[in-house]
Design a protein around this ligand. Structure first.
Ligand SMILES: Nc1ncnc2c1ncn2[C@@H]1O[C@H](COP(=O)(O)OP(=O)(O)O)[C@@H](O)[C@H]1O
Ligand SMILES: [Mg+2]
Length: 288
């Protein structure tokens, strides 16, 4: 019989860290503004003051979190990440925008439009945005090591602090069994490089509207730090007309934070508005 070489199990010492040391290395919880009216107030930390729990708004998504933005098509995912990009660029931060479906020139047109709607001069901030065009280059889209090496280059050379990927679903089209591995690789990479990140993922029409499930199964939602779900509903029954307080034939847009392990957050479902100039705005909470 053939002798097999088994690697003798060994202690991976760098994998052990005491609670105290880990806490010292933990990031300070602070908010990163999204540029979406009403969204930044929905994340909070809690403090105990005079034996009472006091909620303190973060004023943004938690820094260094990797969040999944999911929803069916036309629910406002791209608008959300564009607003985030413009807002961060305006604050003088560098953002890497990995575009997987739309070639970079079209994305920049759209970013330009978003800036104008937000009352921000695009020319003054355009160099804070680093586009990585995986839509035009299959060598980036179809090859995750190439993509991450290119992102490393951008992060180092432009001092990038936030990363947007629109969409991660486009990175595992026709190979959904790889979704988990790909998302895990990207997540670990973003953590290692201290990025605050928004990963757009697409829902299929078969998925429940307001769940975190996205194409690729639960791959994305289970790996990332939190999920924001966007939905769009056509009012077709008296029941939903009553529920949403709108007449049949109307479209209602909805917004919900589906969990975040970095800090507290509002758990209600909100109406979502898209203004005429294409800006997302969180509306009032839905109550039945
Ligand atoms: N420039 C714009 N002006 C007005 N409305 C817009 C603009 N761009 C997009 N919208 C509206 O917002 C919706 C959501 O757009 P988008 O963010 O691209 O959706 P998703 O990325 O989820 O597919 C569109 O269907 C459209 O109705
Ligand atoms: Mg989109």
């Amino acid at each position: 019989m053939m002798e097999r070489d088994y690697e003798k199990p060994r202690v991976i010492e760098e994998g052990i860290i005491t609670g105290g040391r880990a806490l010292k290395e933990a990031p300070k919880i602070q908010g990163i503004s999204t540029g979406v009216d009403g969204l930044d107030e929905l994340f909070y930390t809690t403090e105990i003051k005079n034996k009472k729990i006091v909620k303190k708004s973060l004023g943004g998504i938690p820094a260094l979190s990797v969040l999944n933005i999911t929803g069916a098509s036309d629910t406002g995912k791209t608008l959300l990440v564009e607003q985030f990009t413009i807002k961060q660029a305006e604050l003088g931060k560098k953002v890497a925008f990995i575009t997987v479906e739309t070639p970079a020139p079209f994305v920049s047109l759209s970013l330009n439009e978003r800036a104008r709607a937000m009352g921000i001069n695009f020319e003054a901030i355009e160099d804070n945005i680093v586009l990585i065009d995986a839509a035009s280059h299959s060598s980036l889209r179809e090859n995750i090591p190439n993509l991450l090496t290119t992102l490393t280059y951008a992060i180092k050379n432009y001092s990038v602090s936030s990363t947007v990927i629109d969409s991660v679903t486009g990175l595992y089209e026709h190979k959904e069994m790889l979704a988990r591995t790909i998302v895990r690789q990207i997540f670990n990479f973003l953590k290692k490089w201290h990025q605050t990140a928004l990963l757009v993922s697409q829902k299929r029409s078969g998925h429940e509207e307001l769940t975190a499930e996205a194409a690729g199964g639960y791959a994305v939602g289970h790996i990332v730090d939190g999920t924001i779900v966007l939905a769009k509903e056509l009012i077709m029954s008296q029941y939903s007309a009553r529920l949403f307080g709108r007449p049949p034939g109307d479209i209602v847009r909805l917004f919900r934070i589906d969990g975040c392990r970095m800090c507290g957050h509002d758990t209600r479902t909100f109406f979502l508005e898209i203004t005429e100039t294409g800006l997302l705005r969180i509306g009032p909470p839905l109550r039945s």
